[in-house]
Design a binder for this molecule. Structure first.
Ligand code: NAD
Length: 539
């Protein structure tokens, strides 16, 4: 390695307090984007393609307001995108790591400065995030992914064989995979949308990127930033459109070398099955990385600080309307703490406001679309009519102006109640109380109730209780928190991902993830080759 990547620092979170410069600049950008409509093309081999078959990009909190139209790809554009990856594959994979890195470091710099407010405003309007949720996602996390991935990649490339005996030289080359990577991204994090195509690209791969239909708007701006950073045409090809149509065509290509997916468990399972059925078609075994759903928990012990528990419950369950894979959705609380916890929750929730993202007083905004609204409402209606559950808070849904679902708390005495094990992906928290002397039993209930294993927390001040939860919940969560909410993982601090039905746990934002996008070649050079076939023992 002839250069060294400095240890990155996490991008500082800007405050947006009233009167701050960043708030003024962001408000200007929000106004500008709100007042215009843009046409969003597919971008294939660097060329903008307007197919003419369009969908609207809307504000979920004001669903009649149109931010733009995106052009969906069909079969011919999908084939063009795959062809584009093949065309530039050789040049890109042979470009020295220093130059590839510089492109993503430049993108991080552009996002940190020139485009910070644009991408935050696009994320706020298009995905209905409040300013803080946008800042930690579309600015800080994406900048961190781009900077830290370069650092982690260098650490991988530095790993070389321990021994080169006298007269020989051993070397490991970390090749890009043969073929292209299919990046499929979810609606809920702009940072994930930016990371999934770029992490494999950094390692020398070319990519077909299918953004989520409800996040094409911010995705398009990410693509423009990458182009301005010098990403060569065809390295990442941006193809909005139908998930099933694009998925099926792309997965049927013999050149598929990997899938980098984040989204629901159901869609990931479909992808996995299709690649399995196609196994004889592919030139190599595709690397399949998927980070999927969650049913994330807090277990509170009788020694927990109840105020801290309540704050973590509110933020963990309801920030970004519970649409985080890590969002708290089930809480196990000892009966002795429950009354005080409920007092804290009702006092805080009565101060929580819900509405448009442009009113900075709103903590809660809208859920992403009609499909999601209907799905969440159906769970709440189920709880309303169930004999073994009651609604403690919220429960109202209104989609007349935007897709608004009130923060909702369900209480049940049934550990297997539907909302204790199915992912809802909305602002719905289900609470179960347990006798305070049954802590060990409740850990076992928590571990076995849901098929997922993404995030979870223990709240306790008693170290023995923490230690017991740490051991008993070892496989219940890939990201485990002690006295903290289960959301808010930071690149370089808590590499993110879970196992069981939550995915392949390849930890986005770490070297573990980048390793999936390379295939090592071991090279041995012999400076003094043997000239005699006979060994000494034969003499
Ligand atoms: P989704 O599964 O509905 O969609 C994800 C992506 O898959 C979208 O781009 C969609 O268009 C595409 N898709 C749909 N059908 C497809 C097919 N047949 N073939 C290929 N692609 C297809 O998920 P979503 O609603 O965008 O996101 C929410 C889900 O993502 C939740 O389940 C959440 O837990 C999960 N998520 C997980 C993580 C994590 O790190 N574990 C992070 C964010 C979101």
């Amino acid at each position: 390695m002839f250069f060294s990547v400095p240890v990155p620092k996490n991008e500082p979170i800007q405050s947006y307090v009233p009167g701050s410069t960043e708030r003024k600049l962001l408000e200007q950008e929000l106004q500008k984007l709100y007042d215009q409509q843009i046409e969003i093309p597919a971008i294939i081999g660097g060329k903008e393609i307007f197919s003419g078959s369009t969908e609207n990009c809307i504000c979920p909190h004001d669903h009649q307001h149109i931010l733009g139209h995106y052009h969906k790809v069909g079969h011919s554009e999908i084939s063009q995108a795959i062809a584009a990856t093949n065309q530039v594959k050789k040049d890109w994979s042979e470009m020295p790591f220093y130059h590839r890195s510089a492109i993503f470091l430049k993108a991080a710099e552009l996002l940190s400065t020139k485009y910070r407010f644009l991408l935050n405003a696009a994320t706020m309007l298009g995905q209905s995030k409040n300013v803080y949720q946008a800042e930690i996602d579309s600015a800080c996390e994406l900048i961190d992914f781009w900077r830290f991935n370069v650092y982690f990649a260098e650490k991988i490339y530095e790993q070389q064989p321990l021994i080169s005996p006298k007269g020989e030289w051993n070397f490991s080359e970390y090749r890009a995979l043969e073929g292209f990577i299919f990046a499929v991204t979810p609606f809920n994090f702009t940072a994930i949308a930016g990371n999934l195509p770029t992490a494999p690209a950094l390692m020398g791969n070319t990519v077909v990127w299918k953004p989520s239909g409800t996040a094409v708007y911010s995705g398009y701006y990410i693509m423009k930033i990458l182009q301005e950073s010098g990403l060569p045409d065809g390295v990442i090809n941006f193809i909005p459109g139908s998930g099933a149509q694009i998925g099926d065509s792309v997965l049927d290509s013999p050149d598929l070398a990997g899938v980098h997916f984040t989204g629901s468990t159901g869609v990931f399972n479909q992808i996995w099955k299709r690649t399995a059925n196609n196994i004889n078609l592919y030139k190599s075994y595709p690397r399949i990385v998927g980070e999927t759903g969650g049913k994330d928990f807090i277990v509170a012990h009788k020694s927990a600080d109840v105020r801290a528990l309540a704050v973590a419950s509110l933020r963990g369950a309801f920030e970004y309307q519970g649409q985080k894979c890590s969002a708290l959705s089930r809480l196990y609380i000892p009966d002795s703490l429950y009354p005080a916890w409920l007092d804290h929750m009702t006092e805080m929730l009565s101060r929580v406001k819900m509405g448009d993202v442009r009113d900075f007083g709103n903590l809660i905004n809208a859920v992403i679309d009609k499909k999601s609204f209907d799905n969440i409402k159906q769970y709440i209606d189920f709880a309303k009519s169930a004999s073994d559950a009651e609604i403690l808070w919220g429960g109202n849904c209104d989609d007349s102006q935007g897709y608004f679902v009130e923060p909702t708390i369900i209480k049940t005495n049934n550990p297997n109640f539907k909302t204790m094990h199915e992912e809802i992906f909305g602002p719905v928290l289900t609470v179960l109380t347990y006798p305070e002397n049954k802590f060990e039993e409740i850990l076992s209930v928590c571990d076995s109730t849901s098929p997922y294993g993404l995030t979870g927390s223990i709240f306790a001040q008693d170290r023995n209780a923490i230690c017991m939860a740490y051991n008993e919940l070892r496989h219940s969560a890939g990201n485990f928190y002690i006295n903290d909410k289960p959301t808010g993982a930071v690149v370089g601090q808590q590499p993110f991902g879970g196992s069981r039905s939550s995915g392949t746990n390849d930890k986005a934002g770490s070297a573990l993830n980048l390793q999936r996008w390379i295939s090592a070649r071991s090279i041995k050079e012999n400076f003094v080759p043997a000239t005699d076939f006979e060994y000494p023992f034969m003499r």
